[in-house]
Ligand binder design. Sequence first.
Ligand SMILES: Cc1cc2nc3c(=O)[nH]c(=O)nc-3n(C[C@H](O)[C@H](O)[C@H](O)COP(=O)(O)O)c2cc1C
Length: 179
Amino acid sequence: MKKVLIISSSLRGGSNSEVLAHEAEKGAMDAGHEVEFLSLKGKNIKFCIGCLVCQKTYKCVQDDDMANIIGKVQNADALIFAMPIYYYELSGHLKTFLDRCNPLFPQQNKFNDVYLITSSYDDAPTASDRAVNGLKGWIECFEQSRFAGVLVGGGVNEPKDAANRKDLRQKAYELGKNI
Ligand SMILES: Cc1cc2nc3c(=O)[nH]c(=O)nc-3n(C[C@H](O)[C@H](O)[C@H](O)COP(=O)(O)O)c2cc1C
């Protein structure tokens, strides 16, 4: 059994990436893992200000919702990030979240397998390539972790489009089931 943390980063109602993230949640639960699903909607997560104080104190100088989340990232065995593709890159929300994980950089962390679920209007298999690359940059900075896979949720644009995409929902379920 693994501890799986799912971070859904879209802020929109009826989020497609969140629909797919919930399918991955079901798969991971059916596989017997302990799963926590966390949405960034309504969370106060400020930009990293780059002071680097956290590299000595392991704690951010800013007091916001990240304080209650960062320990969950550190102690998960597997992470699944879900996000909309914005301008063929990581969305700003997820990038901000990843930057704010900087207190973990000098520490021992558990998470090793890191997955990405994306949603985009474009249904080309390459639509998520730059976002994957961006996430890989973060992963490279944590030596115990590795990029474990991506689900490219292409061809979904309007809210809840993904609910009608059995193919994508099945793939997301399998991503979770195969952790
Ligand atoms: C600011 C912004 C930029 C976007 N850029 C792209 C893009 O580069 N390529 C694409 O295919 N879709 C793009 N989209 C569409 C979203 O990726 C798409 O609607 C997705 O399903 C949203 O996922 P969500 O419902 O989980 O937020 C963009 C949407 C917004 C709001």
